[in-house]
Design a protein around this ligand. Structure first.
Ligand SMILES: Nc1ncnc2c1ncn2[C@@H]1O[C@H](COP(=O)(O)OP(=O)(O)O)[C@@H](O)[C@H]1O
Ligand SMILES: [Mg+2]
Length: 257
């Protein structure tokens, strides 16, 4: 395995608040890497910097050997990084299928001109996009809801649809921001095996933010722990779980952790 993502001294200050402070870690190709920490620890801010939505105050992010720390979100997505959001972002009024057809188009350089002039190439791409969107929707278990408006789906299904939408970008790395939030234990277990399945099927690397410690422990090969913007521990799940600094950071939230 080699590092697909290397984060070095990454820092984000919002005024005087150090949301992320000198954070460094590496994610190996093919692994499921867990990023945990209490609310407000800086996890989402870190994701926002990785995906280009937030410009780092300092530090670098290398993805597939390229420095992406100052690139725009679309450029980073094109390199093969896709994400989901802590607060689900779907087009609620659009159909399930159309939600998954959208992102590919966003990256497709020929879509504008090809779409206008109806070239053979654009028509072929259109067919391929539709076929792969249908496949992805079926893969996340929504094959019988293709034409339903996204907003009409139950919560867990919307979470899965958001993952399908990210997968439509054909990413190399998938960033999931608290995908299990609001799920019960059975749903969390389903989601865990689903994440493992898509990792294997698409040869993905997965970076997973999760508040729920047991879920991360069962799923991840390595784990990094953020607290007040700082990386307080990283390593194998067993070592993390026994780390006094981690236990202390989680004391206040032990009941739901
Ligand atoms: N755009 C922003 N402006 C100012 N402060 C922010 C902004 N985004 C996040 N923060 C602050 O940064 C800290 C980390 O937040 P966040 O990254 O959302 O944490 P987490 O995802 O671990 O819960 C919090 O104190 C939060 O209030
Ligand atoms: Mg967050």
């Amino acid at each position: 395995m080699s590092a697909i993502l290397a984060v070095h001294d990454l820092t984000k200050a919002f005024g005087g608040l150090m949301a992320v402070s000198d954070v460094s870690f590496e994610v190996q190709e093919g692994e499921i890497f867990g990023l945990i920490g209490p609310n407000g620890a800086g996890k989402t801010t870190l994701f926002n910097m990785l995906t280009g939505l937030t410009r780092p105050t300092a530090g670098t992010v290398r993805f597939l050997g390229q420095d992406i720390s100052r690139k725009a979100p679309a450029a980073i997505a094109r390199l093969g990084m896709a994400r989901t959001f802590q607060n689900i972002r779907l087009f609620g009024g659009m159909s399930v299928l159309d939600n998954v057809r959208v992102p590919r188009h966003a990256l497709d350089k020929v879509s504008l001109w090809g779409g206008v002039f109806g070239t053979a190439r654009s028509r072929r791409l259109e067919r391929e996009t539709l076929a792969s969107a249908r496949e992805l929707v079926a893969l996340v278990g929504l094959g019988d809801r293709m034409d339903a408006p996204a907003a009409s789906l139950p919560y867990g299904a919307r979470r899965r649809l958001e993952i399908a939408r990210a997968l439509a970008l054909a990413p190399k790395i998938l960033l999931l921001d608290e995908p299990a939030a609001g799920m019960n234990q059975a749903e969390k277990e389903d989601l865990s095996s689903f994440i493992r399945d898509i990792r294997d099927r698409f040869g993905l690397t997965v970076l997973l933010i999760e508040h729920n410690v047991p879920m991360v422990m069962g799923l991840c090969r390595s784990v990094a722990v953020l607290n007040f913007g700082q990386l307080i521990a990283q390593g194998a799940p067993e070592a993390i779980q026994a780390d006094p600094a981690v236990i202390e950071a989680y004391l206040g939230v032990a009941a739901d952790a």
